[in-house]
Ligand binder design. Structure first.
Ligand code: TYD
Ligand code: MG
Length: 453
């Protein structure tokens, strides 16, 4: 890391880029008004780190670096393990981000109480008092006799305690309240957060401890937090709430030890967070009477399928230019699908307002719901009801072709499990061998799909 001589500097609170003087635009991450003046550690202090991973100063051949493949261990929660790619990797640094109230402290308290049965755990809380935490743990009936707690916000004192207690997992709740004595700035500021996180990261890398840091994100996703930190950590997990606040979705956005976009689902109950083992069942609350514009699709979330209901409403535009609104879907994707419907489906929607909603507050991040969105829109426009036991997935291309998506067969099997008996899918995804209980229609184009409904 370059040694900075100046006493103050200008740092982008999103990406952490430094500038010698203030400017409105961060040329590193293209954000506006994120550059703030901060105090930087002036002179290098004794024992200063040279990198997050602890310095080694000799050039070594990669093949000669000794490494023992250390086994992952369970976090104490199956869903959390899956999101991490199979549990904790010793020496890794995990950042858990999310809005206040997302349930970060709750999930960590729950998993740590269980993980403590087999591992040494140190839970550092800088936000809540130990009484508060103990009260919550008792109310949630968690096993509390083995978790070591520390209410502290000084980085140096936390590291001191860690040196003497020798834990295998350390939780820092949260990194925004941590303060390093060497930095003369308020906690939560860019330089404090960055310096504290660097100290903890270095500790984890050199000691082999699993370090979990909690990071807050404000509504505008700013705060001296996650963006600056994401470069340092191995795994970044975001915890978010569904729109009705009943469920919590956990997703990795960066993972050096596993796949990203694995989805973990929890239900927030009065007894804390409960794992949802079969998420399809909760996002699939179908009403008795089928309505036009409603259709079920299968998403692929990390390593498993997820059934979701897509709803569409097409109504004559009252005034001005027609509205196209998507909840849980990318607006541009809807505009593209509408254009394909117009061009290749022969429907005129230019004077119609189009609303598309993914039921249950889940966000669709892949293209496999395209065909379901297209058919839902057509179904609402024509005011015709689609069969309740019909499953649809596939990507829609600009020339009206229907492209295959990954894991077609597993998606169909998930449908069978939930009582679906027919499916419209891309030809490339139609199974070679018939799936018992499911009549599959493979289509090459949007026109073929429209003929099939
Ligand atoms: P918390 O873990 O304190 O959030 P964070 O640390 O991410 O800020 O969770 C607080 C929310 O969870 C709060 O809105 C209330 C809710 N909650 C329950 O509904 N049931 C429970 O048993 C607990 C502990 C929390
Ligand atoms: Mg908290």
């Amino acid at each position: 890391m370059a040694k900075v001589k100046v006493k103050t500097g200008y740092v982008c609170s999103d990406c952490g880029a430094t500038y010698p003087k203030w400017q409105g635009h961060c040329s590193a991450c293209d954000a506006w008004s994120t550059i703030k003046e901060v105090r930087l550690g002036a002179e290098p202090r004794a024992g200063r780190r040279d990198g997050f991973a602890g310095a080694t100063s000799t050039v070594t051949l990669l093949g000669e670096v000794s490494c023992t493949e250390e086994a992952r261990f369970s976090s104490g929660s199956e869903e959390f393990d899956r999101v991490l790619g199979g549990g904790f990797v010793p020496g890794s640094v995990i950042l858990i981000g999310g809005d206040p109230g997302a349930g970060k402290s709750t999930i960590l308290l729950q998993t740590m109480c269980h993980a403590a049965a087999s591992k040494e755990v140190l839970y550092v809380s800088g936000e809540e008092s130990l009484q508060q935490i103990a009260g919550r743990a008792r109310r949630l009936q968690l096993p509390l006799d083995r978790v070591k707690m520390l209410a502290e916000s000084s980085v140096e004192r936390v590291l001191e305690a860690a040196q003497s207690e020798r834990p295998e997992v350390v939780v820092i709740d949260s990194i925004q309240v941590m303060q390093s004595a060497g930095i003369d700035a308020a906690p939560g500021g860019v330089s404090q957060v960055r310096e504290s996180a660097a100290a903890f990261t270095c500790y984890a890398k050199t000691s082999g401890v699993v370090l979990i840091m909690v990071g807050h994100v404000t509504k505008d996703q700013s705060l001296a937090g996650p963006m600056t930190l994401s470069h340092m950590v191995d795994t970044q997990v975001m915890l978010s709430s569904t729109e009705d606040a009943r469920y919590r979705l956990m997703r990795t956005t960066k993972n050096r030890f596993g796949p990203v976009n694995e989805l973990g689902v929890f239900a927030m109950t009065e007894r804390g967070l409960r794992e949802v083992k079969n998420p399809s069942a909760i996002f699939l609350s179908r009403t008795e009477n089928a309505a036009p514009g409603s259709l079920i699709s299968v998403l692929w979330e990390g390593t498993r399928p997820l059934l979701v209901e897509i709803q569409s409403l097409v109504v004559s535009a009252q005034y001005g230019s027609p509205r196209r609104l998507g909840i849980g879907l990318d607006q541009n994707r809807i505009a593209m699908i509408l254009a394909v419907i117009t061009k290749h489906g022969g429907l005129v929607l230019s004077d119609q307002d189009v609303f598309v909603n993914v039921v249950g507050g889940i966000r669709v991040l892949e293209t496999s719901a395209d065909l379901a969105v297209a058919l839902a829109i057509v179904s609402s426009f024509r005011n015709t009801v689609l069969p309740q036991d019909l499953l649809v997935f596939g990507e829609v291309g600009l020339s009206g072709e229907i492209r295959p998506v990954s894991n077609g067969e597993s998606r169909l099997k998930e449908g069978v499990k939930h009582g679906f008996t027919r499916a419209i899918v891309p030809k490339g995804n139609a199974p070679k061998k018939e799936i018992a209980g499911m009549k599959v229609v493979g289509v090459n184009s949007l026109a073929e799909a429209l003929d099939a409904i």
